[in-house]
Write a protein that binds this ligand. Structure first.
Ligand SMILES: Cc1cc2nc3c(=O)[nH]c(=O)nc-3n(C[C@H](O)[C@H](O)[C@H](O)COP(=O)(O)O)c2cc1C
Length: 192
């Protein structure tokens, strides 16, 4: 893979919030993503993360009810049942001597990229009812929910853009139902 190809993958692997619910994501497909993510760097190599896969329809619906999409759905209407993901990954940590926060980010983006290669899209969700999900999935008492990820087949178009004079919002939706997401330009992220 060339650097250009990798850059294209990163640019393509955008957050999606609308899915094709009818396109089932198997538990095995999700396991493959986690099998990739278990190889990433980890502070002190403690490897504090564990993954709970959710593909059962009733559990998926219950997890969905514990989420907040796009900070209050500023980008459009809530996904209909037909547009909801039918697979979730709950990333949890077990107690460790150092914060697992960076590990979570590395693992989550690795899953996102692996999902893109496998033909899926994801959304990382931090605005979630952790207590409810913990209870619902009967997670081990010593685990802490770090992040939730949806996995599914894309049900919307996403366009990646640069911030500029006409582009100041982090993300927005146009009447054609395309979700736009803007990133800072290279010159604006380099300092010194
Ligand atoms: C740590 C983290 C938490 C997030 N939590 C939510 C969330 O609760 N709800 C949501 O709709 N999107 C959530 N997102 C997705 C971001 O809104 C998304 O990454 C951002 O809009 C940029 O889009 P992009 O991922 O396509 O670059 C989260 C992303 C990250 C990294």
């Amino acid at each position: 893979m060339t650097l250009d190809e990798f850059s294209t993958l990163v640019r393509q692997a955008r957050t999606h919030r609308l899915y094709v619910n009818a396109a089932t994501v198997s538990r095995d497909a999700v396991i493959k993503l986690i099998d990739v993510a278990r190889n990433v760097p980890s502070g002190l190599n403690v490897q504090p993360l564990r993954y709970r896969i959710v593909t059962d329809a009733a559990e998926c619906a219950a997890v969905y009810a514990c989420t907040n999409w796009a900070g209050g759905l500023r980008t459009g209407p809530a996904p209909t049942p037909e547009q909801r993901p039918n697979a979730w990954i709950v990333i949890v940590s077990v107690p460790t001597q150092i914060s697992p926060a960076v590990d979570v980010g590395i693992a989550a983006q690795t899953i996102n990229l692996a999902a893109a290669v496998a033909g899926y899209v994801t959304c990382m969700l931090g605005a979630i009812d952790r207590d409810k999900i913990h209870l619902l999935l009967k997670l081990p008492a010593d685990t802490k929910i770090e992040l939730l990820m949806s996995v599914g087949k894309a049900g919307e178009k996403v366009s990646l853009e640069d911030f500029g004079p006409g582009v100041q919002m982090p993300y927005w939706r146009t009447p054609d139902q395309v979700h736009h997401v803007a990133k800072r330009k290279l010159a604006d992220v380099l300092i010194g």
